[in-house]
Design a protein around this ligand. Structure first.
Ligand SMILES: *Cc1c(COP(=O)(O)O)cnc(C)c1O
Length: 382
């Protein structure tokens, strides 16, 4: 046991000296907008609850009702006895929203990519992933055993180069990218990526974790680009949808294969019925209220315009500070002014690009957005 203790303590000490140790800060989310930390009430710009649906009365009521009726857990993997009828109802809603034949719901977004990618590719195949793609895409790549190549961020010419050089020798090729980049807020050029993939018979997977509910009337990043043809559209129910769970939308055959073979689906317990009920209620709101879905981007653009930054493309605006300790200090300054803006440090973002990641919600009051812009202005000059 001694060497284990030494290992853990040594690792922590090394991270501490680089300002990279992470600790949990108990946070009471009062209403999806205001939070309480260490007795201080703060306006959060660090939640992904873009539409405030985590606390919406209709969504909460649907979840509470499902708990009363069906209990708190699903009891088993969906292939055993955990496939509650609410799951296929939810999958129908997701497929409708995304415009695909079918959908498959997983325990989380992370589990979705960790399950889908190794089901589709393996040794002898190639995964090409944008260098800023989410950690769970890289995890899926490792689990698959496929050779993984790093695509320069949003560089379609680089993709063309790689495919021209390597497509012939690879059995299958999967290209994976975030639709909205989680730490940068920019969009992938999904129309041009999909055209290049088609030309080389490569399969495109887009991770729409931050697009669903926010872009293109809530339908997500793929729908920002008319003509984009994306056979694998995954995402999460934990951000704008307000609850928990992940999904893949694709053709009927692909979904049937995933449900038969994806290990994070087959060997993991089904989502609790209340999570499915909450997601259905949230998707109802998203479908009937495009004006609500447009608000997070509008707030983000008001912020970037106030500061003379490039116009926000999504609800996420990065303010890159540089070193990790400077980002921590910047976050503390904002906190003194009543804002919770959590600093993001390596390895979540590349070395030297520690940042404040500001996430806008439909519920943020306009005067608070203006006050935050004024508080951030001196940090930009630094
Ligand atoms: C949050 C996130 C995920 C993971 O989704 P969870 O449901 O939280 O596991 C996947 N991809 C991206 C781009 C994300 O931001």
């Amino acid at each position: 046991m001694h060497s284990l203790q030494d290992f853990a303590e040594g690792k922590l000490a090394a991270l501490e000296t680089r300002a990279l140790r992470r600790t949990l800060a108990p946070t009471h989310r009062i209403d999806g907008l205001w939070v309480e930390r260490d007795g201080q009430r703060l306006l959060s710009f660090s939640c992904n609850d873009y539409l405030g649906l985590s606390h919406h009365p209709a969504v909460k009521a649907a979840a509470a009702q499902a708990v009363e009726t069906y209990g708190v857990g699903s009891g088993a993997s969906r292939l055993v006895t955990g496939d509650h009828p609410l799951m296929s109802a939810l999958e129908g809603r997701l497929a409708d929203l995304k415009g695909t034949e079918a959908a498959c719901v997983f325990g989380s977004g992370y589990l979705t990519n960790a399950g889908v990618i190794p089901t589709l590719i393996g040794p002898g195949d190639l995964l090409i992933a944008d260098e800023l793609a989410h950690a769970c895409i890289w995890a899926g790549g490792r689990l698959s055993g496929a050779e993984t190549l790093r695509l320069r961020h949003n560089d379609v010419g680089h993709l063309e180069e790689i495919l021209t050089a390597r497509r012939g020798e690879a059995r299958r090729v999967l290209v994976a990218t975030d639709g909205v980049f989680s730490m940068d807020g920019d969009l992938a050029p999904l129309d041009r990526l999909s055209a290049t993939c088609r030309a080389h018979d490569a399969w495109l997977l887009s991770d729409d974790a931050h697009g669903i509910g926010v872009l293109a009337d809530g339908r997500g990043s793929a729908h920002v680009f008319p003509g984009a043809d994306i056979p694998l559209q995954m995402g999460t129910l934990s951000k704008a949808v307000g609850g928990y769970g992940g999904y893949l939308c694709a053709s009927r055959a692909v979904i049937d294969l995933i449900k038969t073979r994806a290990r994070t689906f087959v060997y993991s317990t089904g989502l609790p019925p209340a999570s499915a009920a909450a997601a259905i209620a949230a998707l109802d709101i998203i479908a009937r209220d495009p004006a609500l879905c447009a608000l997070p981007l509008a707030k983000a653009q008001a912020f970037t315009s106030a500061l003379g930054l490039p116009a926000a493309q999504s609800a996420i605006v990065p303010v890159v500070i540089g070193e990790a300790d400077a980002a921590l200090a910047a976050s503390r300054r904002l906190r003194k002014q009543g804002f919770l803006v959590v600093p993001i440090r390596p390895p979540t973002v590349p070395e030297g690009t520690a940042r404040l990641r500001i996430a806008f919600s439909a519920a943020h009051p306009d005067d608070e957005v203006a006050r935050l812009a004024a508080a951030v202005r001196p940090l930009l000059a630094a």
